[in-house]
Design a binder for this molecule. Sequence first.
Ligand SMILES: NC(=O)c1ccc[n+]([C@@H]2O[C@H](COP(=O)([O-])OP(=O)(O)OC[C@H]3O[C@@H](n4cnc5c(N)ncnc54)[C@H](O)[C@@H]3O)[C@@H](O)[C@H]2O)c1
Length: 259
Amino acid sequence: MGKLGEIMVRFNNKVAMVTGAGHGIGEAVATRLASEGARVLVCDIDGGLAEAASAGIRGSGGNAEACAIDVAQRDDVQRAVDQAVASWSRLDVLVCSAGVMERTPFLEETDAHWERVSGINLQGTFLCGQIAARQMVAQGEGGRIVNVASNSGTFGGRGRAAYGASKAGVINLTQTMAIELAEHDILVNAVGPGPTLTRPEVQGDLMASAVNRMPLKRYGLPEEIASVAAFLASDECSFTTGHVFAADGGFTIAGVMEG
Ligand SMILES: NC(=O)c1ccc[n+]([C@@H]2O[C@H](COP(=O)([O-])OP(=O)(O)OC[C@H]3O[C@@H](n4cnc5c(N)ncnc54)[C@H](O)[C@@H]3O)[C@@H](O)[C@H]2O)c1
């Protein structure tokens, strides 16, 4: 942290890996960390998106490389960590934003779809967390891991059997990782976004059933989720671990809203 009045630059000399960073919340996180000095490995299953996002960061004067990986594949994740270390000699921060949100009625849910959603959202978070943490432990200087959960992991939601269960799993995994990695000074937290406007071309107006539960009554912007994730990824976050930090317009705290 700088002196009062200085611009916040919390990631000088830090190396960060961000998954799902080709688009949406992950891209906003990668951009934010790079704007504060991080060297960022922009990971996405869509190599074109990863390349475009990292080129965007470099075009703004930041330091980034692209890496095409499927977070559900151990060898891919290991290759990404190896790339970060080969390029920048270390890894300090992991942010897991890669995820898929596909609604399916419970009675129509299939094994294949369940495995796809939990494979990316939950197993992918496990693989990235374990492989990145092993690198951080070997370095011996601590680290920060931020998982992107969802308020669908806290409450049930229509069509969200696979998605919500995967995000509930991410929340519990975050807690266990926080306990086991504390002795290595690796702090593990999650950000819990509410409805976030990552695809304005298709998302339309926020549905009434969400608006009616949210004191702030609007979509969040990817940058608003990224600012919370950046705090959790920084050394400023030094006594918070295993926590889910909601960035959801009040969705998860709202009780009676009218009358
Ligand atoms: N947008 C929301 O309203 C919202 C709300 C709560 C939680 N979230 C969570 O935030 C995270 C990001 O969501 P988003 O809205 O930015 O989505 P997005 O679709 O805009 O971006 C997700 C990115 O992840 C990538 N990806 C998908 N599968 C992958 C895989 N197997 N390996 C690597 N990359 C993969 C995609 O190519 C895409 O670029 C997700 O985990 C999502 O569940 C989003």
